[in-house]
Write a protein that binds this ligand. Structure first.
Ligand SMILES: NC(=O)c1ccc[n+]([C@@H]2O[C@H](COP(=O)([O-])OP(=O)(O)OC[C@H]3O[C@@H](n4cnc5c(N)ncnc54)[C@H](OP(=O)(O)O)[C@@H]3O)[C@@H](O)[C@H]2O)c1
Length: 282
């Protein structure tokens, strides 16, 4: 039974590949840019760009299970190619944002929602993983922390329940290799609700030095974020953080504990494992 894992360079995708391979499964690692991709010996590599349907047939040949990153451009062609190849089950890396009231009109949520809807209309069985914010989003602060600059935030007290990408990978592997999670939609969070300020305090404690936080206006944040992200995405993210700031503690799901019989990895663990990314010159 061959399992195709998309997003081979992604934090979750790579962890899924390593776990499946270590457990003895036959894995094909798919990347939009496979050149230079390093995978464990014995793992096949294929080119699969989720927005380029011409790459689908070869990557899906002989595959029965797929771990899928969401990309609405090309999803209908991907579903058709998967059905034609004999794929049986898809585990989707969706997002908890699809549960928002206005998900259909929110660019971030819509990205995952359209993929969920295309899968629901297909003959494939699915497991939908809907994580809250990733702990690894903290890497966005790395160049400021590494450069001893303050971290500038419009909503420093916005809370999320950041999930360790390896917890998502553990559940993805359970969904790919067993039948118990087929047809399920799983909301996934980390172990605790933490504000951005609290995440930075954990990082400061881990690194053994102060990390100054500068509270900036929404307009200032908007201007900075627009240098790297499209305007609708910036609005969507700032709206999300503004709402999180207003709502207080984020909901913590017990999915990891219920499914895996152990608590979700704490943010502190992620910080310890990734401390090197926050040092100067990294
Ligand atoms: N970050 C969060 O807080 C969060 C929360 C909930 C859900 N999610 C979902 O998780 C996904 C990834 O999260 P992330 O942003 O933190 O990144 P990430 O895990 O680092 O993954 C990014 C990877 O996605 C793959 N990818 C992107 N576009 C692709 C395409 N057109 N074709 C094939 N592969 C493509 C790339 O893998 P290759 O380079 O190997 O092709 C890339 O390395 C997103 O789709 C997001 O909706 C994220």
């Amino acid at each position: 039974m061959k399992i195709l894992v998309t997003g081979a360079r992604g934090k979750v995708g790579r962890a899924v590949i390593d776990r499946l391979h270590a457990a003895g499964h036959t894995v094909r690692a798919a990347s939009a840019a496979p050149a230079g991709l390093t995978v464990p010996a014995g793992v096949e590599v294929a080119e699969l760009a989720l927005d380029r349907p011409e790459t689908f047939a070869a990557a899906l040949d002989g595959v029965r299970q797929v771990f899928l990153y969401p990309e609405p451009a090309g999803i209908h062609e991907l579903v058709a190619a998967a059905e034609a190849a004999g794929v049986e089950h898809v585990v989707l890396l969706s997002s908890s944002s699809v549960l928002g009231e206005d998900a259909a009109n929110d660019p971030l949520a819509r990205h995952s929602l359209l993929v969920e809807q295309a899968l629901a209309a297909s003959a494939l069985t699915c497991t939908l993983l809907r994580p809250d914010a990733f702990a690894s989003n903290a890497l966005g602060w790395a160049r400021f922390i590494g450069g001893s600059m303050p971290v500038r935030l419009a909503y420093p007290d916005a809370q999320t329940a950041p999930i360790h990408p390896e917890d998502i990978a553990d559940i993805a592997v359970a969904a790919l290799t067993g039948r118990g999670l087929t047809g399920k939609s799983l909301t996934l969070t980390g172990a605790e609700s933490l504000s951005f300020r609290e995440q930075l305090a954990v990082l400061a404690d881990t690194l053994g030095r102060e990390i100054p936080v500068e509270h900036i206006t929404r307009a200032e944040a908007e201007q900075e974020m627009r240098r790297h992200l499209p305007a609708p995405m910036v609005t969507s993210l700032l709206d999300l953080w503004e709402a999180a700031d207003r709502h207080g503690p984020a909901a913590v799901a017990d999915t990891t504990e219920t499914l895996l019989g152990r608590p979700a990895r704490p943010f502190r663990q992620w910080a310890r494992e990734n401390a090197a990314a926050f040092t100067a010159g990294h």
